[in-house]
Each structure stands twice: as C-alpha cells, then as structure tokens.
Write a protein that binds this ligand. Structure first.
Ligand code: C5P
Length: 344
C-alpha cells in the first residue's frame, strides 16, 4: 500500500532581494511560513533490480517526467541511498502550479518523506538530515524550507534554512488570481529596475542599498529567533521599539515592514494584484484589518493573515465580491506540520 503524504505550501512573510551573485542567483532574506492547505503525494516503492520511476497527477499542467521536482528528488535520494527501486508517485493537486506558494517544492519533500517511509518498511535506512538538505537545495531554492516547516528563516538564495520560533497561529486567506508570474523573469525585472529610480527608495536601489535591505530583514528575522538579539543592554531595541514589542516576534517583523521586493516589479506589470493586496489588507473597519497582507514569493498568489475567523471570512467575502478565487486556510506551526504530514 502506498504512503500518502500531505504536501503543505508556504507563504513569504517579507522577502528582500539582494544583488545578483556570480552564479546568477540572487542573495535574499525571507521568512517562510507553512500553511495547512496542501496537495497529496502518494508514494509506493520497493527495492528492484533497476530503478524505474512513474508519475501521475490529477492536474494536466504537472510534468510527469524528470522535469518534475518530486521525480528529481526521488532520483537523487535513491542515488544517495545507493538503492535501486521501482517507485510510483501520484500527485493529487489542490494548490496552484507556479503560484508562489512553493507547491512544487513541497511536492518534492513530500515525495522524499514518502519514499523514506517505504524504504524503512523494506528494512532500509533513511538519509541523514544534512544529505536531505543538500539534495533539496539541488532541486530548488525553496525546497529545503519544507524539511523544516513552521516559520523558517531563509537566506543564501533561499536554500539556507533555519527554524524560527513559531508565530502565534493565524487565519489565512489566499487570493489565487489567474495571472501567471515566472520567477526567473521577476528576478530579471528586479535587476532591470536597479538604479532606474523605480525602487521604493526613489533614487533606485544600488547594490549597497539592496544589501542594506537584506541586513534589515535578516536582523528582524534573527530577532524573531532570539528576542535578545535586537536589544542593547538597556532593553531598548536597535530600531527604537521597546522590549515588550519584541515579545511577539511577528509584531516586531510587521513593525520592521515585512515588504516583499517582488511587489515592486509584479504589481507594476499586473496592477490588479496591488488592488487584491488592498482588498486583503482590510475594509477600512478596524475589526477587518489583516495582521499583514502581501504577495507570496513572486506571485501571483497573495495572502492575508488575520487574528480572527470573522476578519478572515470578511476578507473572503470581499474577494468573492470582486470575482477573485480564494482559498481559506491557517498558518501551520512546526510541530503540527510534522505530526499531520503522513497518512490521512
Ligand atoms: O532555485 P530555483 O530553481 O527555484 O530557481 C529558479 C530560477 O529563479 C533560477 O534559475 C534563477 O533564475 C532564479 N532565482 C534567482 N535567485 C534566487 C532564486 C531563484 O535568481 N535566490
């Protein structure tokens, strides 16, 4: 019988893009947050004389060969284990393909988790964590985060991950517009506006200013891991807040401004996505206000986080009235991410 794994997705609570690196990737700093909404990945595997992979999916847009992240992950994991196996993977899609929610990346980790369960059943051992992380980083920049779950600090090209202390659980509304955004193109568009006067700083972002944004966000995020990190000996934070505010790391992050740099390029090309962010942010009534709202990754999905179910329901109703597809979910803390991943 196959092992069924919930393949949860993520949003980005802030994303600062730095300069392009020599390898063509961009340095970045972000806070990933996993959500309860998920695809399902079923894996059936047994040791065999030759490795043979097959992949099926409920969604015609999912590639069924070596271009698929789950395929790549299983292929690499088997090679690292030194095992040959027949593996059948089935991906039941609920999440949008290329929506900025990391769904394809999560499918890769879900396939690995499923494969390992199956291999353990066959009396074989699993890969050490460091090896899993290395393979995940080879498959994609936002794959390793799904080996951590909950609130995750992402640096490097996004593949360097460390667990953050979980934020309080929140209601989440996803807006899923039809527009498709290519991530490599969004990075190229970001490069194109450097120094053109189109950045938020008015005079444009030089490489140095881009690095400053990285440092500011990384600092806010490291405060979220360790509240003491942002304080001096008098208990006053480096950015002028008081210690009480740092007790809730999410509020500290919001205060720093959890902007997603991709909004500067993506909202210019698709102005209605900026309008959707405003719809998610609130209605003008204080009780409807989002804790924060924004683009996830390079989009086109946007999210709103809310303390109350009523505020989330009101946001859903505003999206429906505007004719925008939405998905209701909630943030998924790390312990629950791992506890609920397998089975069901
Ligand atoms: O790592 P991943 O395969 O998701 O990246 C897809 C593309 O996005 C890369 O080939 C690169 O063009 C761009 N990218 C980038 N900087 C990052 C992550 C991705 O330029 N930090």
């Amino acid at each position: 019988m196959a092992t069924t794994v919930r393949s949860f997705c993520k949003i980005n609570l802030g994303l600062a893009i730095g300069p392009a690196r020599a390898d063509g990737f961009h340095a970045l700093a972000t806070c990933y947050q996993t959500l309860a909404v998920h695809d399902r990945v079923a894996v059936e595997a047994r040791p065999a004389a030759e490795t043979r992979l097959t992949l099926t999916s409920t969604d015609a847009r999912v590639p069924l060969d070596g271009r698929n992240t789950a395929w790549k992950m299983v292929e690499r994991a088997l090679a690292a284990m030194g095992v040959r196996a027949e593996v059948a993977i089935h991906i039941e899609k609920r999440l949008p393909v290329q929506g900025g929610l990391g769904a394809g990346s999560a499918n890769a980790v879900a396939a690995l988790v499923g494969l390992e369960r199956e291999m353990v059943r066959a009396g074989l051992s699993t890969l050490p964590e460091a090896k899993q992380l290395r393979i995940a980083a080879e498959v994609g920049s936002d794959v390793p985060l799904f080996l951590v779950g909950g609130a995750v600090l992402g640096t490097g090209r996004g593949e360097q991950v460390s667990p953050l202390r979980d934020f309080p659980p929140m209601e989440c509304v996803l807006a899923l517009p039809e527009a498709g955004v290519s991530t490599p193109q969004a990075f190229r568009d970001w490069d194109a506006i450097q120094g053109t006067g189109h950045g938020t700083q008015g005079s444009g972002l030089t490489g140095a200013e881009g690095s400053d944004r990285l440092i500011t966000l990384s600092r806010a995020l490291s405060v979220a891991v360790c509240p003491e990190a942002g304080t001096n000996s008098s208990g006053v934070t480096a950015n002028g807040g008081d210690l009480a505010e740092m007790v809730n790391p999410l509020l500290a992050l919001v205060r720093t401004g959890i902007e997603n740099d991709f909004e500067q390029v993506v909202f210019r090309q698709h102005p209605f996505l900026g309008e959707i962010k405003r719809i998610l942010a609130g209605s003008g009534k204080p009780e409807d206000a989002a804790v924060c709202a924004g683009l996830s990754g390079s989009g086109s999905a946007l999210f709103g986080l809310y303390w109350s179910a009523d505020a989330a329901s009101a946001a859903e109703a505003r999206l429906t009235a505007a004719g925008i597809r939405s998905l209701r979910t909630r943030t998924l803390p790390r312990a629950e991410y791992w506890r609920t991943m397998v089975g069901g």
